[in-house]
Design a protein around this ligand. Structure first.
Ligand code: HEM
Ligand SMILES: *[C@@H]1O[C@H](CO)[C@@H](O)[C@H](O)[C@H]1NC(C)=O
Length: 221
């Protein structure tokens, strides 16, 4: 009787929790994603892929396998975003404040994606951050998605922290369904996110031999 009671109790608790957990894309699915080689980068590259949901962005991160914690090295970030999102953010140190933020948004219907380097000391509109610079490897837009892939110089180490290449790396993400007011400008303002989440993952599946990584960084569009 007692166990029957506690069984039904846990079912009730589960039923109560279900709508809460499904309403929020909290935890993503982690996998290793490899892109095939191209004419100018025949070896391709592999990423740590973080898939959240069909209505949220997917993030793919790649680093050189010889990179070590607390050093400066280039990182690759690919964002695949549903067309409905106004901006998408990725935080290299696991929270909104005091770490490099990569913020991206579609530039109207051009097929171009604006990438903005940001930093925030508080939970307000982040300011532009000159400690990280970006090179866009590819960008595209179709009726369902916009996507961008960048190389970041300055996202692996910053004043007060760094990307952990050995244990679990701490990252975070944010998304907004509101379009930015000046989409062609990396200095545009934008409004607060509709959703945020944390990522705590090993970067192992996103590690690539140095020549593979460099080949991808230098690949032609
Ligand atoms: C206009 C721009 C923004 C405003 C006004 C804003 C404001 C805020 C506020 C008020 C919170 C606390 C929310 C809560 O506790 O419910 C928060 C949390 C958060 N924000 Fe933002 N935010 C902005 C942009 C961004 C961007 C670009 C990112 C990039 C990744 C970001 C990532 C996060 C994350 C990960 C959290 C939760 C973890 C934490 O508090 O550090 N935010 N934000
Ligand atoms: C649109 O772009 C996304 C992201 O690159 C891709 O997965 C999808 O297959 C594309 N859809 C079409 C119809 O080309």
């Amino acid at each position: 009787m007692l166990s029957l009671l506690s069984d039904s109790l846990s079912i009730i608790i589960l039923l109560l929790l279900a709508p809460l957990t499904s309403a929020q894309p909290g935890y993503g699915q982690v996998s290793k994603y490899c892109a095939p080689g191209t004419a100018s980068a025949p070896k391709g590259i592999c990423y740590l892929q973080y898939y959240i949901s069909a209505t949220a962005p997917t993030f793919r991160i790649a680093i050189p396998s010889d990179a070590s914690t607390n050093t400066a090295f280039d990182t690759i970030l690919q964002i695949v975003s549903p067309a409905s999102l106004g901006w998408v953010g990725f935080a290299w140190g696991g929270g909104m404040t005091l770490n490099p933020l990569t913020v991206a948004w579609p530039n109207g219907n051009t097929g171009q994606v604006t990438v903005s380097s940001r930093w925030s000391t508080g939970r307000t509109l982040p300011t532009t951050y000159s400690g990280a610079t970006y090179k866009t490897l590819s960008q595209s837009r179709n009726s369902t998605h916009w996507t961008v892939e960048v190389v970041c110089t300055g996202c692996s180490k910053w004043n007060g922290g760094s990307v952990n290449t050995q244990g679990y790396g701490q990252f975070a993400w944010a998304l907004s369904r509101t379009a930015v007011p000046q989409p062609g400008s990396a200095g545009s303002s934008f409004s607060i996110h509709n959703n945020v989440g944390m990522i705590s993952e090993s970067l192992d599946s996103g590690k690539n031999a140095r020549d593979v990584f460099t080949g991808w960084v230098n690949k032609k569009p």
